[in-house]
Write a protein that binds this ligand. Structure first.
Ligand code: KG4
Ligand code: ZN
Length: 387
C-alpha cells in the first residue's frame, strides 16, 4: 500500500507541512521559518512561536497540497508531531491535524519529533539510493540527534528483532519499525543552543549555527584551546554550557572584542550583517579564530562520543540528524573518522536535517501500516519521551 501521508510539524519555531507517498516519495515539503520573528531576541520566544504557528499553519498545509498537486481527497492519513517540543507550538499543529483528520474521516498518526529526525536519515538514504558507495543504513545503528533543542544518542534497533541475536537485521524499506534506547544526552545546553548563545555573545545574529559554520572556515580552529567537557557518570552524556562560559571568559579577558562586538551589534540592528559574507569584514582574526576553535571543540566532542557509542553498541552504522547535522565541519569530521573505522555514516540532506514535515510523514508511514492511529484523548505532550 503506497499510502500518501500529509505530515504536519510545529514543535518549535518552524511551521511545516509535507506530502510523502509510500513513506519514500516526497511530493512536497514546505517549511515556514520564524527566524525573522525571533531574531531580535537571539532565541525562540515561545509565545511568539505559537502565535506565528497559528498564522501560518493553514497556508502552509495548503501550499504543501498544492505543490503535491493533490487535494484532501488524495491523502490517506495525517501524521502530526505529538512532542517533544514547546507545548504552545505543538498544540497548534496537533489540534489542527486532529481536527482535519476528524473532518475528513481519515486516520491521525501521532509522531514523536525525535523519531521524525531518525526517519529523516532513512528518507534521505532512499532518495539518494544509499551513500556514495550505494550502501543503505543497517541496524543496529547509533543515532545522534543534534539540534537547537536536543543533543541525544539513541541505540536504534528493529522492533521485531530478536535482541539476543547478534546477526544484523535486514531492513525492509520503507516500512520497518524501530525501537530506541536512549544511551546518552546533554546534561545542560543542546549543541545548537550553544551555537546560538555564543553567536549572541559575539553579535553574530540568529540562528548562530549556519553563520558560524561559514565564518569558522576563515579562522584557525586550533587557536584557542578549550578543555573537553567531562561528564561524571555516563561517558556518553554531553555538556556544552562550560564551553559557552569559556567563550565568555575569553571575550572578557581579551581587549578589543568589546568594541568589535558593539560595531557588529549596530550593523545587525540596522538590518545588515545577516549573512556570513556581510559579517566577515566585521570580524577580526581573533574573532574568527574563536569561532573556529569553538566549532572544533563542539564537533570533536560530538564525533568522539558518538563513535564511542557506536563501538560500545557494535553498531553497523552511524546516523546523524537535526539542525546541527547541517554543519560542514561536523559532516567532514564524521566522514573522516568513521571511514577510518570502516563504519558507514549517514546524514539527511540539509533541508531534511533541520525541522521539516517530510520526516514526520515518513515516520508516520510504518505506524499507519501497523494500525497505530490516535485514540481519543491522545494529545500533544511537551516532554514526550522516545525511549
Ligand atoms: O533541528 P532544528 O531546525 O530545530 C530544533 O529542533 O532545534 O535546529 C536548529 C538549530 C539551531 O540551533 C541552529 O543554530 C543550528 O540548528 N544549526 C546549525 C547549522 N545549521 C543550523 N548549527 C551548526 N552549523 C550549522 N550549519
Ligand atoms: Zn528538531
Amino acid at each position: 500500500m503506497a499510502a500518501t501521508i500529509l505530515g504536519i510539524e510545529s514543535s518549535c519555531d518552524e511551521t511545516a507541512a509535507a506530502v510523502v507517498r509510500g513513506g519514500r516519495d516526497i511530493l512536497s515539503s514546505v517549511v515556514a521559518s520564524q527566524d525573522e520573528v525571533h531574531r531580535k531576541y537571539g532565541g525562540v520566544v515561545p509565545e511568539l512561536a505559537s502565535r506565528e504557528h497559528l498564522r501560518r499553519i493553514v497556508p502552509t498545509v495548503r501550499e504543501a497540497l498544492e505543490r503535491a498537486e493533490l487535494d484532501f481527497g488524495g491523502i490517506a492519513a495525517i501524521g502530526v508531531t505529538q512532542g517533544p517540543g514547546l507545548i504552545g507550538s505543538l498544540l497548534v499543529g496537533y489540534t489542527y491535524g486532529q481536527t482535519l483528520a476528524r473532518a475528513l474521516g481519515k486516520p491521525l498518526v501521532p509522531v514523536n519529533h525525535l523519531e521524525g529526525h531518525v526517519h529523516a536519515v532513512f528518507l534521505e538514504a532512499q532518495q539518494a539510493r544509499g551513500d556514495a558507495r550505494g550502501r543503505m543504513p543497517e541496524l543496529p545503528a547509533v543515532c545522534l540527534i543534534v539540534s537547537g533543542g536536543h543533543t541525544v544518542l539513541y541505540d536504534v534497533r528493529p522492533a521485531d528483532h530478536d535482541v539476543a541475536s547478534s546477526a544484523p537485521a535486514s531492513i525492509e524499506y520503507p516500512a520497518f519499525r524501530c525501537t530506541y534506547g536512549r544511551i546518552g544526552a546533554t546534561r545542560d545546553d543542546a549543541a545548537g543552543e550553544a551555537y546560538d548563545k555564543v553567536a549572541k555573545l559575539l553579535a553574530l545574529g540568529y540562528p548562530g549555527g549556519p553563520v558560524m559554520d561559514q565564518l569558522a572556515r576563515h579562522g584557525n580552529g586550533g587557536a584557542v584551546q578549550f578543555t573537553a567537557p567531562r561528564t561524571r557518570g555516563n561517558p556518553l552524556d554531553f555538556s556544552f554550557s562550560g564551553i559557552k562560559t569559556a567563550v565568555l571568559r575569553h571575550i572578557r579577558a581579551n581587549a578589543g572584542f568589546e568594541r568589535e562586538i558593539a560595531a557588529r551589534a549596530e550593523a545587525l540592528s540596522a538590518g545588515g550583517g545577516r549573512r556570513a559574507a556581510e559579517l566577515l569584514p566585521l570580524c577580526s582574526r581573533a574573532t574568527l579564530d574563536l569561532v573556529a576553535s569553538f566549532q572544533r571543540a563542539v564537533v570533536n566532542d560530538l564525533v568522539q562520543r558518538t563513535l564511542a557509542a557506536a563501538e560500545e553498541r557494535a553498531a553497523r552504522c552511524v546516523l546523524v540528524s537535526g539542525g546541527v547535522a547541517a554543519n560542514s565541519e561536523l559532516r567532514a569530521t564524521f566522514e573522516q573518522e568513521a571511514a577510518a573505522r570502516a563504519l558507514p555514516v549517514f546524514f539527511p540532506s540539509r533541508p531534511l536535517s533541520t525541522d521539516n514535515a517530510a520526516m514526520i510523514a515518513a515516520a508516520a508511514y510504518p505506524r499507519l501500516l501497523a494500525g497505530e492511529i490516535a485514540r481519543d484523548g491522545v494529545g500533544a505532550q511537551a516532554n514526550l519521551p522516545l525511549a
